[in-house]
Design a protein around this ligand. Structure first.
Ligand code: NAI
Ligand code: PHE
Length: 330
């Protein structure tokens, strides 16, 4: 296991714990570095007083998780004395957080019964929904999803909730997941179209929403995209920065992942406010993602740069300002 604090200019580093069967330590550390940087930018762009970090555990979350492992993780995080605040990510659950909380208070995604937000994927999907609305406004002149065709890749914790927001808003939704049970369960309850996982990114749709794993936007997939907008929750969707340029060259509006997927961390960190977690306040803060995505589009147009760069400019400007403020003599 490894905790990586990427930047603490804005405050203590906040980021989730990912458990994944990495091939080796090098691969795990490489992922931690990329994910931790993403959290620095995510928290900065969301206006949070927190820096970025991430924790990775090498192992199969289905087989290798034990109470001992999670409590040892909790003790390790406790030794950092509040420099790192954590929550769920791929491969970890609310129940895991409850075990870690026995060893440290520096865990922010907890069940409602313990004063936390509960399943943070609900807030994340609401943020993605706001990001989609902002992109629709830019491309079609109206933020309304009604009648728009939207393809959701991955119907796990986030994708499943997102599909419900989209259907409620009158969108026409197509889904794909490598887990056939999840597909069958959702399709039996809601009116959605289903395609095989390898087809979902190629569909001729208004929005393609990657809500599975990272690096799905790469030199092979980008030429195959049939959408006008890419907006989803998966962390690190661009395999390389050149892929952000490729999307712009194809005239596809890309919603930078860390801009639109901040809902989960926003809701988790809300529980640290005086008086504890407040759902109304947290939802209100997540809804600002609509405005933030609009700002990213505006910077992109003003400066003639792709949206992934515009998002970096937004985040880096805030970090630079606060760094300057913190250097002032008191
Ligand atoms: P999850 O593990 O619940 O769901 C991911 C889903 O994607 C699973 O159903 C899986 O079967 C499916 N999947 C995997 N590979 C696929 C493929 N090639 N094609 C189609 N489906 C595939 O994860 P969760 O929590 O929904 O997160 C999804 C993404 O969003 C992850 O990248 C995560 O890092 C990111 N994210 C999640 C947040 C949260 O609050 N849960 C917050 C911010 C980002
Ligand atoms: N998994 C969340 C994300 O990638 C991170 C998170 C951190 C969530 C801390 C809650 C609390 O944004």
């Amino acid at each position: 296991m490894d905790v990586l604090c990427h930047d603490t200019t804005l405050g203590p580093a906040a980021g989730g714990i990912r458990m994944w069967p990495y091939q080796n330590e090098y691969e795990a550390i490489q992922d931690a570095v990329r994910l931790a940087r993403g959290m620095t930018y995510k928290n900065a762009a969301a206006g949070l007083p927190f820096g970025g970090g991430k924790c990775v555990i090498i192992g199969d979350p289905q087989k290798d998780k034990t109470e001992g492992l999670l409590r040892a993780m909790g003790r390790f995080i406790h030794r950092l004395g509040g420099l790192f605040l954590t929550g769920i990510d791929v491969g970890t659950t609310l129940q895991d957080m409850v075990l870690m909380r026995l060893e440290t208070p520096y865990v922010v995604t907890l069940p409602e019964s313990l004063g936390g937000p509960g399943n943070s994927a609900v807030a994340t999907s609401f943020g993605i929904f706001q990001g989609i609305r902002a992109c629709l406004k830019e491309v079609f002149g109206s933020p309304l999803p009604q009648g728009r065709n939207i393809a959701v890749q991955g119907i796990g914790a986030v994708g499943n909730e997102l599909v419900k927001y989209l259907l409620d808003a009158g969108a026409v939704v197509t889904i794909a997941d490598i887990d056939q049970h999840k597909v069958d369960a959702l399709a039996s309850e809601y009116k959605v179209n289903v395609v095989p996982p390898e087809k979902i990114h190629t569909l001729d749709v208004d929005v393609y929403s990657p809500c599975a794993m990272g690096a799905v936007l790469n030199e092979h997939t980008i030429p195959e995209l049939g959408c006008k907008i890419v907006c989803g929750s998966a962390n690190n969707q661009l395999a390389t920065e050149q892929d952000g340029d490729r999307l712009a060259q194809r005239g596809i509006l890309y919603a930078p992942d860390y801009i639109v997927s901040a809902g989960g961390v926003i809701s988790g960190l809300d529980s640290l406010q005086p008086g504890g977690f407040n759902r109304q306040r947290s939802i209100e803060t997540v809804s600002h993602i609509y405005r933030t995505m609009g700002n990213v589009i505006a910077i992109s147009k003003e400066q003639g740069i792709p949206t992934y760069r515009a998002a970096d400019v937004l985040a880096e400007q805030r970090i630079a300002t606060i760094r300057q403020v913190k250097s002032l003599a008191m």
